[in-house]
Design a protein around this ligand. Structure first.
Ligand SMILES: *[C@@H]1O[C@H](CO)[C@@H](O)[C@H](O)[C@H]1NC(C)=O
Ligand SMILES: *[C@@H]1O[C@H](CO)[C@@H](O)[C@H](O)[C@H]1NC(C)=O
Ligand SMILES: *[C@@H]1O[C@H](CO)[C@@H](O)[C@H](O)[C@H]1NC(C)=O
Ligand SMILES: *[C@@H]1O[C@H](CO)[C@@H](O)[C@H](O)[C@H]1NC(C)=O
Length: 956
């Protein structure tokens, strides 16, 4: 029935909805969403927090839990408290280099069970104390270089059982006590540059360690004493720069104690018994450093070269001027010889003759004026002659050096290359000729070097490349011509370079790239053309788009062309670059970009447009490059970011928009970038008012996009907020807090729920009536104009009173008085709903007679009829209701029917029970009541009332 419709929302569902909403809301209030923006750090893709150079005095508090690596180097932290790192249990690496830490509270690292690398270099620690490193059970690397550590307390390292690497260099340690006793797996220990004068193995714990490398250089070592086999695995021992005064006393009883040492550095070291020392390593030594030796170097070399295993010798910084044939005669096993950083001016022809196994010869940083003849008699594959005074390379300089694969000739004053100079270098792969003042290449690369892979000619004086200049270099992959004076590029310049993948032409003065220049570079992937002078002034298509043949090109830099103000790129400049993924055109003074410019580069991934004067970007500029992931549009004078709305950059992850001219960031713009992870908006002029309220909220609370350095965004407007920080602005007055709205809704819902439940429980029928009143109202509006009344009266009665109605009422009113009555059993139309029938009956009758009895009052339908009729009273201002009381009914029994009671106060009523004596009078009164015309309720009708209401006085 209709009652169901009366309450579409059941109390229960409403209630549960309200409670749910309330709980959600509560949740919101209790844990405000932790934002993703960090005050001074940024979190990188690899969950690294970078907080360098921010002048932190304290450990930052807002680093999120997910971070596994923190770089806090170069700040001003002076103390680590034991609460600082409590919330960062996932750290693997912590860099606190270059702070002023002098105190680390005991227990600071107790939760850092997973930390593997801790860097405390360059701080102010004076003492390592018990408990300082407690908790670091997984630490493998500890860097403590450049502190002021004098003492190490016995238990300092007791948690560090997994430590492999410990650097205590540049401190003030006098002894090594307490360092090795809790670190059984330590492999690398550096005590470089401390104040240790005596090294005695019994000072360390006397158990054997796994130490692989021990650096004791730059101490004041006078004694090196080993009385137990505590370093069975030691392979690298650095004793450089010790024993300056009297030489080190070598007290190693058993030469087998150092049986595995293969690398020995005794540079700048005075040894009392050189021979004895070197014999200790007789069977294992491979690499020996004898730099900066003051004593008789030649003797020392000869002793060393007697060690049969020695293959690599370094004798740098020994002021050697000449090498004669008596210098290295015993070094027949050497493979690597480094005589760099000496003062070599001459090497006699047979100097290297005995070095039959020599493979690598390094003579960097000497004073050689030409390539020494002696090198030709070797079979070396790597020769380093850089930083000498070689002015000219002669045709025979590398004659017969067919094994040479790497040749460093950079930083010599060469000026020109001869055609034949590299003629025999058939296996050369790397040729370094940078910084050598070369202005002419001549034919050096036209015939030779078929296997060259890397050629570095940067920072020379080249002004022009010839046709086929590099013709022979079929294997070349990497060519650097950066920093020359090339003015234009022509077709054929790169002829033959079919395997070239990297070409660096940056920092020349190239103004013109002629058609076909890059035609031969079929494999080219990277092209650097930045800081040249390419001139384009119009967007009109050009006939010779320079990159048309570079279909494999992946990376192109054309940034920073030194230009007059105002330039424009031809719309087809990028034609042919179908595989380009990175394009950098920043700093070109561009004043516009043609909307079609990127039509040719559908695979663009990363685009640098910054530092131009574009002011606005065409809406459809980005539509051909939907795969864009990183976009740099800083310093463009952009007044708004609205062009992004249509750009549809759904894959964009990184956006940099520094230093532009907009002051407000709109919600829709940022929502149009669904994949955005990093947003860099530094140095903009933000407006600190309600226009940015949404942005401020979003920066703080969104979990998806990290806004770099947002806490340092400055307010530029309004003037009174200048100098304040954007994120500190109070925006509560701007937005009606959604939470608050939800709260209010919730509260209302809860109250409603309670009200409805109450109503439903106690006033169920009133609700139903209200519903029907509604229906009646609707009906009435619908039938407003139909005024003809079909009946004189509709009789509303209870079935129990049918006898009286049919026996008394009907005969008297219809037969005697001639009224037409409407009775439900007789006149209701079948098929219509009861309520519809009631409403119809009431409205198509002039009056409604309610036959009121106790049964009537109990009946739902009868009460409804009163309701509809009384609605008509209020609605039409017509008195249609005539109440006939069949029995005396006390007022109390009427009380639930509030409306009826009100009716009784004002309306016509007749009492049959009191009419026993004068039935005729009763019928006459009824006739009069039926007779009254439809006047607005008024005095006239009241006068027809003769008797008081049954039971009580109505006016009480
Ligand atoms: C310590 O390191 C090992 C492997 O190196 C790893 O399996 C273990 O989970 C780490 N312990 C903690 C607490 O991170
Ligand atoms: C070296 O051995 C001698 C005797 O063999 C012994 O007296 C001396 O104490 C030992 N030196 C060390 C440092 O153990
Ligand atoms: C040290 O050397 C021993 C053999 O003498 C070897 O078993 C062990 O693995 C080595 N330890 C390390 C850490 O290299
Ligand atoms: C190169 O080697 C060949 C034969 O091995 C020899 O005849 C020639 O003289 C050598 N050239 C130079 C410049 O040493």
């Amino acid at each position: 029935m209709k009652t169901e419709m009366a309450m579409p929302l059941r109390g229960i569902s409403l209630c549960s909805f309200g409670i749910l909403c309330f709980l959600l809301n509560l949740n919101n209030l209790i844990s405000p969403a932790a934002g993703y923006v960090l005050k001074d750090c940024r979190v990188t893709r690899t969950t690294q927090a970078i907080c360098q150079k921010n002048s932190f005095n304290l450990f930052p508090k807002d680093i999120p839990l997910i971070v596994t690596s923190i770089d806090l180097s170069q700040n001003n932290i002076s103390k680590l408290n034991n609460a600082d790192l409590k919330n960062l249990p996932n750290l693997l690496s912590l860099n606190l280099k270059c702070n002023s830490i002098s105190i680390i509270e005991s227990g600071t690292f107790v939760v850092q069970m997973s930390l593997e690398v801790l860097n405390l270099n360059s701080n102010r620690l004076c003492k390592l104390q018990e408990g300082m490193f407690d908790g670091l059970v997984n630490l493998t690397e500890l860097h403590l270089t450049s502190n002021r550590i004098k003492t190490v307390a016995p238990g300092s390292f007791k948690s560090l059982t997994k430590l492999k690497f410990l650097d205590l260099g540049h401190n003030k340690l006098h002894q090594l006590k307490n360092i090795l006793q809790h670190t059984p797996h330590l492999q690398y220990l550096s005590i470089l540059a401390n104040n240790i004068s005596n090294f005695h193995s019994w000072e360390l714990s006397n158990t054997s360690t796994e130490l692989v490398s021990l650096d004791l250089s730059l101490n004041e070592l006078r004694v090196f004493g080993l009385s137990a086999d505590i370093f069975p695995n030691l392979t690298r021992l650095n004793l450089a720069n010790n024993g300056r005064k009297n030489g080190i006393v070598w007290d190693v009883n058993d030469t087998s104690y150092l049986r595995r040492v293969s690398k020995l550095y005794i540079s700048g070291c005075r040894l009392q018994e050189q021979q004895k020392v070197l014999e200790t390593f007789n069977s294992s030594l491979i690499f020996l450093k004898l730099n900066q030796m003051r004593n008789n170097l030649r003797v020392l070399i000869n002793i060393s070269c007697k060690i049969p295993s020695l293959t690599s010798l370094e004798v740098r910084k020994n002021d050697i001027k000449y090498i004669r044939s008596d210098m290295l005669p015993l070094c027949t096993n050497l493979k690597v010889l480094n005589i760099g950083s000496n003062k070599l001016i001459d090497i006699s022809n047979n100097s290297f003759q005995s070095l039959r196994k020599l493979n690598i010869l390094i003579m960097k940083s000497n004073r050689l004026k030409s390539v020494p003849y002696a090198v030709r008699k070797t079979a070396i594959s790597k020769l380093d002659l850089s930083y000498n005074n070689i002015i000219i390379l002669r045709c025979d300089d590398f004659a017969n050096m067919t094994r040479l694969s790497m040749l460093h000739l950079n930083n010599n004053p060469l000026s020109a290359l001869q055609d034949c100079v590299f003629k025999d270098l058939v296996n050369l792969k790397f040729l370094m000729l940078q910084n050598s003042n070369i202005s002419k290449l001549n034919s050096a690369f036209i015939k030779h070097l078929p296997n060259l892979q890397v050629l570095d000619l940067s920072n020379n004086q080249l002004t022009l490349l010839d046709h086929g200049q590099f013709k022979a270099l079929n294997s070349l992959q990497n060519l650097t011509l950066q920093g020359n004076k090339l003015q234009k590029l022509n077709k054929g310049n790169f002829n033959g370079l079919s395997n070239l993948t990297y070409l660096n032409l940056a920092s020349n003065v190239i103004a013109k790239i002629n058609i076909g220049t890059f035609g031969d570079l079929k494999a080219l992937k990277t092209l650097y053309l930045m800081t040249n002078r390419l001139k384009y002034t119009s967007e009109k298509p050009i006939n010779d788009p320079p990159f048309a043949e570079l279909s494999q090109l992946d990376t192109l830099y054309i940034s920073g062309q030194h230009r007059h103000l105002k330039s424009a790129f031809p719309q087809n400049l990028l034609k042919g670059l179908t595989n380009l993924s990175l394009l950098n055109i920043r700093g070109n003074q561009l004043i516009s970009l043609h909307p079609d410019i990127f039509n040719y580069t559908p695979n663009l991934n990363k685009l640098y447009l910054s530092a131009n004067d574009l002011r606005d970007l065409p809406d459809n500029l980005f539509s051909p490059i939907q795969k864009l992931k990183a976009l740099y549009i800083s310093q463009l004078n952009l007044g708004s970011l609205d062009f992004l709305l249509l750009a549809n950059l759904t894959e964009l992850k990184f956006l940099q928009v520094r230093k532009n001219a907009f002051s407000v960031i709109s919600e829709t713009v940022l929502q149009s970038l669904p994949a955005l992870k990093y947003l860099d908006m530094k140095f903009n002029s933000f407006s600190c008012n309600c226009d940015n309220a949404w942005f401020i909220e979003w920066v703080k609370n969104n979990k998806k996009t990290q806004v770099l350095d947002a806490y340092n965004f400055d307010c530029k407007f309004p003037p009174n907020l200048k100098g304040k920080k954007l994120l500190n602005i109070d925006i509560r007055s701007c937005t009606v807090d959604i939470g608050f709205i939800c709260y209010i809704c919730t509260a209302c819902a809860v109250i409603m729920t309670i009200a409805v439940s109450f109503t439903h429980h106690f006033l169920q029928w009133h609700l139903v009536y209200t519903y029907y009143l509604m229906l009646a109202f609707l009906y009435n509006s619908k039938h407003k104009n139909k005024r003809a009344h079909q009946y004189d009266a509709f009789v509303s009665y209870n079935a129990n009173d049918e006898g009286w109605v049919l026996g008394e009422l009907l005969p008297n009113l219809e037969d005697e008085q001639g009224w037409t009555l409407c009775l439900h059993h007789r006149d209701f139309q079948p098929g219509k709903s009861i309520m519809e029938n009631i409403t119809d009956a009431i409205y198509s009758s002039r009056k409604t007679i309610c036959v009121v009895s106790r049964d009537y009052l109990k009946s739902e339908w009868c009460s409804r009829e009163i309701q509809v009729a009384s609605f008509r009273l209020f609605d039409e201002q017509k008195d249609v209701l005539i109440l006939v009381f069949l029995e005396d009914i006390p007022m109390q029994q009427l009380s639930p029917y509030y409306r009826m009671r009100r009716l009784l106060k004002r309306q016509t009523y007749l009492s049959w029970s009191r009419a026993d004596a004068h039935p005729d009078l009763f019928w006459e009164k009824l006739r009069q009541a039926l007779d009254t015309q439809e006047h607005p309720m008024g005095e006239h009708l009241r006068l027809t009332v003769e008797e008081g209401p049954p039971g009580e006085r109505p006016d009480q």
